[in-house]
Design a protein around this ligand. Structure first.
Ligand code: DNO
Length: 389
């Protein structure tokens, strides 16, 4: 498995020279400065790729080539958006970059309610708290019907939290919920989010799936021709939020996606932390079932709580058996080596990390500190080394 590291390009506080010291061999990045829906220009790709090469790496994976919201909503000038997406893929393939991660979460990407939840041993982690999300949806956003999505205990705690919350507490919560949106994408305030949600009003699971199928029909044939492996990132958390449907949350959803356009280019980013946040998902089984479609892996772990909350654990701790998961990925690599010609390695990256030691002084993106991720990488490296012996 090829060790990679997510780097946010010029927006990142962490330098490529520091990443070299982690021992990671490849880079995962995106042109975060390019607005969603626009073509990734070939010269901009080359410039970024050369910078990565000069530092001693390859640009192994694009994370993400994002989809404009209109594609998910099924509105607007879709033919231009699809043409732009295909052109970006062609420009990437022309420079030898062929693994592309994206997601199909409407409006928000990954969502947490606490960006710095304290850990007993010191340091902080990302956390999703059911009652804080309920407080946001019910009391701050005042979303009609939000109460239906939460258990009574969470609702009671939500009202209680809200009654005592200061303006600063509320803005910290909003900030946490918005933190998952990378790059040059809008961060909403409460009013802006209400307005954006309206544009999704009435969108059902079937509607969202129809829009997804259209996207696959429009881009997968080109990806096949270009030798590109597209890999969808699961929903995080894997459940409907803000009243919006989510359709990449479990094994059945993944089966639907693969059957919607059966081609090798239509694949999966196996994100153990995202899938692992649902009590209904067995991540090791999911990895086994779709092993041949895993083009990229995000390895991390979460610890779930009975009310639907979860906290990011260290990479080997938490509810998913990371050793068993690495074994599945290594078995799949072995199969590819024996039966396929060409690329057999599965690139993976240590996903997220606790903020440890001097991490908090760096001002890195939430979930993406240097030392916490280095710890995760080193631990997973040890597991893979032992399993490969
Ligand atoms: C979170 C990330 C996601 C991921 C996108 C892929 O840390 O794994 O934001 O990059 O969902 O499109």
């Amino acid at each position: 498995m090829k060790e990679t590291w997510r780097w946010y390009g010029p927006l990142d506080q962490i330098q490529l020279s520091e990443i070299r010291q982690t021992g990671a061999a490849g880079i995962v990045t995106a042109l975060h400065e390019t607005p969603y829906g626009e073509v990734w220009k070939r010269n901009t790709i080359v410039e970024r790729r050369n910078k990565i090469r000069t530092a001693g790496f390859e640009w192994d994976v694009v994370e993400s080539l994002p989809l404009h919201e209109d594609i998910k909503r099924g509105t607007g000038d879709l033919s231009t958006l699809f043409a732009n997406y295909r052109q970006s893929m062609a420009n990437l393939a022309a420079e030898g970059i062929r693994i592309i991660c994206y997601n199909f979460m409407p409006l928000l990407d990954w969502t947490r309610t606490n960006l710095k939840s304290p850990i007993d041993a010191g340091g902080t982690c990302l956390r999703f708290s059911a009652f804080r999300m309920a407080a946001f949806e019910i009391c701050m956003l005042e979303r009609k019907d939000a109460e239906k999505d939460y258990p009574p205990e969470a609702i009671e705690r939500a009202y209680n939290w809200f009654a005592h919350a200061t303006e600063e507490d509320k803005s910290e919560l909003l900030n946490a919920i918005m933190a998952g949106l990378p790059g040059a994408y809008d961060r909403y305030d409460v009013e802006g989010l209400r307005y954006a949600l309206k544009s999704y009003h009435g969108l059902s699971v079937d509607d969202l799936r129809a829009n997804y199928r259209l996207f696959l029909n429009e881009v997968i044939p080109t990806a096949q021709e270009l030798g590109i492996r597209l890999c969808v990132h699961p929903d995080d958390p894997p459940q409907n939020i803000l009243g919006l449907p989510r359709i990449v949350s479990n094994s059945n959803d993944i089966a639907w996606i693969i059957n919607a356009f059966p081609a090798q280019s239509n694949g999966l980013t196996l994100c153990s932390g995202s899938l692992g946040a649902s009590p209904n998902n067995n991540v090791v089984e999911i990895a086994q079932r779709y092993a041949d479609r895993i083009h990229f892996a995000h390895l991390r772990n979460v610890r779930k709580e009975p009310d639907g909350s979860f906290e990011e654990a260290t990479h080997l701790d938490g509810d998913t058996d990371m050793t068993a998961l690495c074994q599945v990925l290594l078995d799949e690599e072995k199969r590819r080596r024996q039966h396929l010609s060409g690329e057999w390695q599965i690139p993976y990256r240590p996903d997220h990390g606790h903020e440890l030691l001097s991490d908090s002084e760096r001002g890195t993106f939430p979930g993406y500190p240097l030392i916490g991720r280095l710890r995760g990488l080193a631990e997973i490296r040890g597991v893979i080394h032992a399993l490969s012996a």
